[in-house]
Design a protein around this ligand. Structure first.
Ligand code: PNS
Length: 164
């Protein structure tokens, strides 16, 4: 099971899903529903975008969850949690989550994969910030996500437009 907020899915997530789908017989991509963070995209929108890009992987299934991740994993009979590590800064948070999840359900293992160096600087948060400030995010997110960002976030005015 590959869990996350996916608000929105990035090419970094996609890279991990691609590798994960080669590593495991079946990979359930699990979208967190009740995130405390204010989400830009609703669970329906996130699911739609992800379905568009993930349908090409026959052994990848999309699902969403509330509550404890390990309980959902157990309910779906997943035995491994897959997480990506981009940089050393991810390590502390991931270590805490892994140890807590292990304490809650020791039978479920967490496995880490390194994100490709091409994508190691990408995060959903930065993609949203850069896009909302007029920066180019093509190549960082799937085209379906870029289209949704364009529809959702108004394009900022250029300097000349603002200068009046
Ligand atoms: O993409 P993210 O935001 O890094 O994913 C974090 C996620 C969804 C894996 C984490 O917040 C999570 O598992 N939330 C579910 C609630 C839970 O189980 N909390 C205890 C984790 S130790």
């Amino acid at each position: 099971m590959y869990p996350g907020s996916f608000d929105p899915i990035t090419n970094g997530h996609l890279d991990l899903i691609q590798r994960g789908s080669r590593m495991f017989d079946k990979l359930i991509v699990a979208i967190l529903r009740n995130d405390a963070k204010q989400a830009l995209f609703s669970i329906q929108e996130r699911t739609e975008m992800m379905r568009e890009v993930l349908h090409v992987y026959p052994n990848v299934e999309l699902d969403s969850f509330d509550g404890l991740l390990v309980d959902f994993a157990a309910a779906r009979e997943a035995t491994v949690l897959l997480r990506g590590i981009r940089a050393i800064s991810d390590y502390e948070y991931e270590l805490q989550m892994t140890l807590m999840n292990r304490r809650l359900r020791p039978e479920i293992e967490t496995v880490f994969m390194m994100a490709s160096e091409t994508y190691s600087f990408i995060s959903s948060r930065l993609v949203k910030e850069v896009f909302s400030l007029g920066g180019n995010v093509s190549g960082l997110v799937p085209a379906a996500v870029e289209a949704r960002l364009r529809a959702r976030l108004p394009k900022p005015k250029t300097l000349t437009q603002q200068g009046a």
